[in-house]
Ligand binder design. Structure first.
Ligand code: SF4
Ligand code: SF4
Length: 252
């Protein structure tokens, strides 16, 4: 006849070790699984952990204390509320705000990017993907040997730290003030080279074309540039989403 389980225990539930019978027929592992009581434990001295009230600041429920506490609250209540009605009103950002990137051009329209991948290596978020390509005399996109054949920035990863623009040796990559980058799908937040390229300004010619400014050295010798400053190129570069056409600045 099966044992009747004690109150509170189902027939399928194993008995705890303390309630198991001991003696002949009971495995030793069960018999020895209950540690023997080793005397009475020493009493814990709780007084050592009791908080010393003298160490704490006492509340100061005086009228002066209330006045000091609520003074700031009341003075704030009567200040003029400043609310920006975004997105209906868009205000300029700080001039050096880190926004969407721009791939810049030389004054003749050739691309400044030489496909070196330094920006991608500098990126802590692994947000940039670059594939370089070889320029030929028949198809030249930038001065020199190489150009950025594939260029992508993943704005799901980018943290707008600016390390990539610091790493760029040709000042091809800079950041605009455009910040309206929220979209409703992930794919469109991977910006391609075509989206990132600065637009052609008056006097510029769409690559591929030969070097119009002279030899390769002529492109990298600092000198005043003809035509509109690059800052205007960014402003003219209509971003996908935004208002930055009106407000954008650019730090090259
Ligand atoms: S701003 Fe920073 S996170 Fe964004 S692409 Fe450049 S290096 Fe990477
Ligand atoms: S953007 Fe600058 S750093 Fe990046 S691949 Fe082009 S030239 Fe090199």
């Amino acid at each position: 006849m099966a044992d009747t389980p004690p109150p509170g225990r189902s027939p399928d539930q194993p008995a705890d070790a303390a309630s198991l019978p001991t003696g002949a027929g009971v495995p030793a592992v069960i018999e020895n699984s209950v540690p023997a009581v080793q005397g009475t434990p020493a009493p814990i001295d709780v007084s050592a952990r009791r908080l010393n009230e003298d160490e704490f600041d006492q509340p100061n429920p005086t009228l002066a204390g209330f006045a000091a506490g609520f003074g700031l609250t009341f003075s704030t209540m009567f200040k003029k509320v400043y609310t920006q009605q975004y997105p209906f009103e868009v205000f300029p950002t700080a001039p050096r705000y880190h926004g969407r990137h721009v791939l810049n051009r030389h004054p003749d329209g050739l691309e400044k990017c030489v496909g070196c991948e330094l920006c991608a290596w500098a990126c802590p978020a692994d947000a940039i993907y670059v594939e370089g390509g070889d320029n030929t005399e028949e198809a030249r996109f930038s001065p020199g040997e190489r150009y950025g054949k594939v260029y992508q920035i993943n704005y799901l990863r980018c943290i707008f730290c600016g390390l990539c623009i610091e790493a760029c040796p040709t000042r091809s990559l800079t950041m605009s003030n455009e910040y309206e980058l929220a979209l409703d799908n992930r794919q469109d937040l991977i910006y391609t080279k075509e989206q990132l390229m600065a637009p052609l300004l008056p006097g510029m010619e769409a690559p591929p074309h030969p070097m119009r400014l002279g030899d390769e050295k002529a492109y990298y010798t600092p000198r005043p540039q003809k035509g509109a400053p690059q800052r205007e190129a960014n402003v003219a570069g209509k971003p996908i989403t935004g208002h930055a056409i009106e407000v954008g600045g650019h730090h090259a």
